[in-house]
Design a protein around this ligand. Structure first.
Ligand SMILES: Cc1cc2nc3c(=O)[nH]c(=O)nc-3n(C[C@H](O)[C@H](O)[C@H](O)COP(=O)(O)O)c2cc1C
Length: 167
């Protein structure tokens, strides 16, 4: 499965569909370990003059540990395919299982960053900022119900350094 480099602007689908409807995998590696998890909250856009992905990762995720150890990560889009595998990657933890082995998804490296071979699009991203959501900023009090365990998301701003699409 070959990928060719393109520009993020060449991706025709809306970011809302890519992430929120079709779901994505965030993959990171650190200390000889690799893991991937499903995300459906987040966005693509521009910040500080750069193309970026915004990721919202709860602190208890194993992937969060790897993200905090690694400067690089990938975001993979599947265009609505592989939802069963993505559901698995969103329901089980890399602490307990090897998600690649369990799902048949294949980890590959593009520019030395772990990505997913079955994806239609792999974004190679460099972490440029991390911040934990501060609930004192919630203007709509119903948002707090998302955080019964006070497990406020960590917001990762990840610069999109390269965009690869399947050939
Ligand atoms: C469709 C779907 C979307 C998800 N979106 C997110 C998300 O945006 N942020 C998050 O922290 N967890 C999200 N999750 C939950 C994680 O994917 C899940 O807790 C996963 O098991 C974490 O794996 P890990 O412990 O190996 O990192 C989602 C799960 C599913 C099924």
């Amino acid at each position: 499965m070959e990928f060719k480099q393109t520009d993020i602007r060449a991706i025709a689908a809306s970011a809302v569909k890519l992430i929120n409807d079709d779901w994505a995998l965030v993959t990171a590696a650190a200390n000889g370990k690799i893991n991937t998890m499903t995300v459906s909250w987040g966005g693509l856009g521009e910040l500080w003059g750069r193309d970026v992905a915004f990721l919202f990762i709860r602190p208890q995720r194993y992937t969060r540990e790897l993200l905090d150890e690694s400067e690089w990560l990938s975001v993979s889009f599947f265009g609505g395919e592989h939802k069963q595998e993505l559901m698995f990657c969103g329901r089980s933890s890399g602490r307990d299982v090897d998600k690649f082995e369990s799902t048949g998804l294949t980890a590959i490296e593009l520019d030395g960053v772990p990505c997913v071979a079955q994806a239609q699009v792999n974004l190679i991203c460099k972490k440029i900022a991390v911040q934990t959501i501060d609930p004192s900023g919630f203007l709509d009090e119903t948002i707090q119900k998302e955080y019964a365990a006070n497990d406020y998301h960590r917001v990762y701003v990840a610069q999109i350094v390269k965009t690869y699409v399947k050939e």
